[in-house]
Design a protein around this ligand. Structure first.
Ligand code: BMA
Length: 313
């Protein structure tokens, strides 16, 4: 497939699927949502920024993945108890949801405060109750996503502890993390040259873990946020099998170009349907939520285009 001509993604014609007017209480904006399947429905965990500029997380549910009904109240707000209160004072942001086979849904989110962003992890079994497990990084760290199964007997997560590259770390208990290594770095001179971050939890496929990521390029007109992908070895995700050459989706439509922060597409949620259709939920221009679909094998092809070795620093 020649993806220089054709993006593997097709935007939903009804985009954006959620705007601030869809939130049943006054807010500044809604964007960057985690996604998962629960009870045969698609759930989005929306980042909602209130008029003070502080974000919380609210649920939206849909049968078809395109028409969503938003809850009348938040699912998770910045904590009012320690140790979370100090580190969530400026908001909780950009959730990524990982479903484990035992029925647990883990939510990794950015806790923002005077002390800068760090990562929190919470869990729910029913999307009624949610409990925080721990703050799992020091600042400055963002864009964390948990693998959906243990790797060599340990939980594994992706994150960005250096404000630049995607790293991988391991934990026996979701609280204590270590053995951290850099997995993928920005590529000089390219669309993803400034920084990169995991878009959503990696998807397990026959060919490897499909890891979609956002890449940032600085321009005279500000930063451009676009989407790329890489394929990681199933047994040992530290081995990068391949990486997309060009970007796979970038801001083009008016709702992606114009908003609180223009020229941003920022996915945090992916759902794969039984027929191999992948739904990518992304924040657009930090002002609304859009969805684009792709065929999983096509996306994998795009990620096999170049070996990562060619881009090693
Ligand atoms: C990143 C995060 C995202 C945001 C993006 C574009 O650093 O803060 O929440 O969508 O910038 O503004």
């Amino acid at each position: 497939m020649n993806y220089f001509k054709i993006s593997p993604f097709k935007r939903y014609p009804g985009n954006p699927i959620l705007k601030k007017g869809n939130i049943p209480y006054p807010v500044n904006t809604v964007f960057n949502a985690g996604a998962c399947k629960y009870n045969n429905m698609i759930y989005l965990l929306l980042r909602v920024e209130d008029k003070r500029g502080i974000s919380h997380l609210t649920l939206a549910r849909s049968k078809n993945g395109f028409d969503f009904k938003v809850d009348s109240h938040p699912f998770m707000t910045p904590a009012n108890y320690e140790p979370y209160k100090t580190y969530e004072k400026f908001g909780i942001e950009d959730p990524r949801i990982t479903h484990f086979e035992d029925g647990t849904y883990y939510i990794l989110y950015t806790a923002n405060s005077y002390y800068r962003p760090r990562i929190g992890i919470a869990r729910t079994y029913d999307f009624e109750k949610v409990e925080r497990i721990s703050l799992i990084s020091e600042p400055i760290n963002k864009n964390a996503a948990l693998f959906s199964e243990k790797i060599k007997g340990k939980f594994a997560r992706l994150d960005r502890p250096d404000d630049e590259s995607i790293w991988i770390s391991y934990s026996p208990d979701l609280i204590y993390w270590g053995n951290s290594k850099v997995l993928l770095s920005p590529r000089m001179g390219r669309w993803d040259c400034l920084k990169i971050g995991a878009a959503a939890p990696p998807i397990k496929t026959e060919k490897g873990w499909l890891m979609l990521y956002h890449g940032v390029r600085p321009t005279a007109a500000g930063r451009l946020y676009r989407l790329g992908g890489a394929l990681l070895d199933l047994e040992d995700p530290e081995k990068v099998i391949g990486i997309s050459d060009g970007f796979l989706l970038g801001p083009e439509e008016p709702y992606e170009r114009v908003g609180d922060i223009g020229n941003v597409i920022f996915p945090c949620g992916i759902v794969v349907e039984n027929n191999g259709e992948l739904k990518l939920y992304y924040g657009a221009a930090d002002s609304c939520i859009a969805v684009a679909t792709a065929n999983l094998p096509d996306l994998i092809d795009c990620c096999l285009f170049k070996s990562k070795e060619e881009f090693r620093r």
